[in-house]
Design a binder for this molecule. Structure first.
Ligand code: 13P
Length: 258
């Protein structure tokens, strides 16, 4: 953490209908209302973004879309533009999640294009990186993550970089209950910070938030969030229940008060 403000982010993925999303957003907003030392973000599906974005825009919840397109508008059936997202009151977007990469064919090039497009349009971006199990077993994790991070960083101005958050999510830890050890996560986070240092200068490296994602739960959150270079969490499964998500946020709030 080291002077950086922790961010606890929930990625709801393709879960919860409109009504359920509203109910959970309400429960989360009420639960974290009194938290002063951390930021809390939820990311509902597009279909719920309008209602959740509008209803909670004056709460202290941050709200993100789970994806966006890299063009402003046009013949892209089924896609969602930044202006559409912004019209719901939302100015955060998650880009390059490993599920987008693995299932929907988003390459480093596409991800970098989206990151640049969103940042240059004044959005805050959570850019995701992470190696697969096979890549880790082959000892390629550092190389893979370096390539992914460097793809984001190309062509970003100093101001754009200020709105970038990086999420390290090892694919083998997502939805598997197999969490990276605090040491494994910290090692990769340090590497990512060094890459940002090297590419954009020490100030950018020291201030950028790097979140960990992959089976974060009430049981492991404290140890992970206690690592020097872990500045928050991007949470899937445990973000779908207010008890676990607000509980993790409460742990982060306590750590930040210390
Ligand atoms: P889980 O917390 O379910 O492992 O998902 C992590 C994730 O992919 C968040 O983006």
């Amino acid at each position: 953490m080291m002077g950086r403000r922790l961010l606890i982010a929930g990625n709801w993925k393709m879960n919860l209908d409109l009504y359920e999303s509203y109910q959970l957003a309400k429960a989360v907003a009420e639960g974290v209302e009194s938290f002063k030392n951390i930021d809390v973000l939820i990311s509902p599906a597009f279909i719920s973004l309008g209602v959740v974005g509008q209803k909670f825009k004056d709460s202290n919840l941050l709200i993100a879309a789970q994806n966006c397109h890299y063009e402003d508008s046009g013949a892209y059936t089924g896609e969602i533009s930044l202006d559409m997202i912004r019209s719901t009151g939302v100015d955060w977007v998650i880009i390059g999640h490993s599920e987008r990469r693995a299932i929907f064919g988003e390459t480093d090039e596409i991800v970098a294009k989206k990151v640049k497009h969103a940042l240059s349009n004044g959005f805050h971006v959570i850019g995701c990186v992470g190696e697969s199990l096979e890549q880790r077993e082959n000892g390629e994790q550092e190389k893979v993550v370096k390539t992914q991070v460097e793809a984001f960083l190309q062509n970003l101005s100093e101001n754009e970089l200020k709105n970038l958050v990086i999420a390290y999510e090892p694919v083998w830890a997502i939805g598997t209950g197999k969490v990276a050890s605090p040491e494994q996560a910290e090692e990769m986070h340090k590497q990512i910070r060094n890459i940002v240092n090297g590419n954009a200068g020490e100030e950018a490296g020291e201030s950028i938030l790097i979140l960990y994602g992959g089976s974060v739960s009430l049981t492991n959150a404290e140890e992970l969030l206690g690592q020097q270079d872990i500045d928050g969490a991007l949470i899937g499964g445990a973000s779908l229940k207010q008890e676990s998500f607000n509980g993790i946020a409460a742990i982060a709030e306590d750590i930040s008060k210390e």
